[in-house]
Design a protein around this ligand. Structure first.
Ligand code: GUN
Length: 281
């Protein structure tokens, strides 16, 4: 039997329709929600991602500004630009597109962003609030996954959620969100021995390694819900971290493309609106 498709594109469209309504409501109060994105250098994938964020903002009636800095910009120049955006009361969300060129410290850049405008949710203050169960701005990809699970009626209390990957962007905050939702959580990484023994115990398996075919059908038990966070390019086509044959074992699964990806951008808009709404109160 083939898995039920967890349609991220359709769910993102629903979230974006709500975002458009929230933006319109803010405008009646004289507030124009505004996201500022800093893009350093010419990384083609980053340029594509930033363009899709701009387009999504436009669709929802959110103003977006892209600050482009040259590949050669210094740490001080980049941080000075963040300071300008931090100090601008007309800017609600600030995002620095990652990865940065190797000579720049992303840790220092993330810490420079005002936590109240950190719509990526990567600042240690926001990660800390999530870790103690008092989340404010939550990283977009894991937040989007929780919205997808909710949309599809997949309940979390008491479930065993297995996460493969422990990155700052996905794995770690995902684990914290699942703990907060009363799931039993196992986080695996490249040094986990007998990975398949653990993945086979999952009720919900979330895979974010950045490597295609991390998970093959024999690593998944029948009936598992599989969330594939990967976006890899192989032989000119996009594929996830999960072998598409897993569709024949899972009870429900996100496709790539059209699964988690659209939700990430939708949650970015939602986080930006949350900041603007808080300022309005
Ligand atoms: N690069 C890949 N994913 C992300 C993300 O969620 N936020 C930022 N800022 N950069 C990224």
């Amino acid at each position: 039997m083939s898995a039920r498709i967890i349609d991220g594109k359709a769910t993102a469209e629903k979230v974006n329709a709500m975002s458009a309504a929230r933006a319109a409501r803010l405008k009646t109060k004289g507030i124009e929600p505004h996201l500022a994105v800093i893009l350093v250098g010419e990384n083609p994938a980053s340029q594509t991602y930033v363009r899709s964020k701009e387009r999504a903002c436009e669709g929802a009636g959110i103003r977006s500004t892209v600050v482009r800095l040259p590949e050669t910009c210094t740490q001080a120049e980049l941080e000075q630009q963040i300071d300008v955006l931090n100090a601008d009361p007309g800017v609600h969300g600030i995002l620095v597109q990652l990865p940065l060129p190797a000579h720049l410290s992303s840790d220092q850049v993330i810490e420079r962003i005002d936590p109240a405008k950190d719509v990526d949710g990567f600042h240690p203050v926001n990660m800390g609030k999530l870790a103690i169960g008092m989340p404010e701005l939550v990283p977009c990809t894991p937040l989007g996954i929780t919205v997808l699970l909710e949309e599809y009626g997949i309940e979390l209390p008491g479930k065993h959620v297995v996460i493969v990957g422990r990155s700052r962007i996905v794995g770690r905050p995902m684990a914290l969100l699942m703990v907060n939702a009363h799931a039993t959580v196992t986080v695996c990484n490249t040094r986990t021995p007998n990975l398949s023994t653990i993945t086979r115990q999952a009720d919900i398996l979330i895979v974010a390694t950045g490597h295609r075919n991390t998970i093959t059908p024999e690593m998944v038990s029948a009936g598992t819900v599989v969330i594939d966070v990967g976006i890899n390019r192989f032989e000119g086509k996009l594929c996830g971290d999960v072998d598409s044959e897993v569709m024949n074992v899972a009870s429900a699964m996100t496709p790539v493309p059209g699964g988690v990806g659209p939700m990430t951008v939708a949650m970015l808009l939602s986080n930006t609106l949350s900041v603007a709404e808080r300022n309005a109160r």
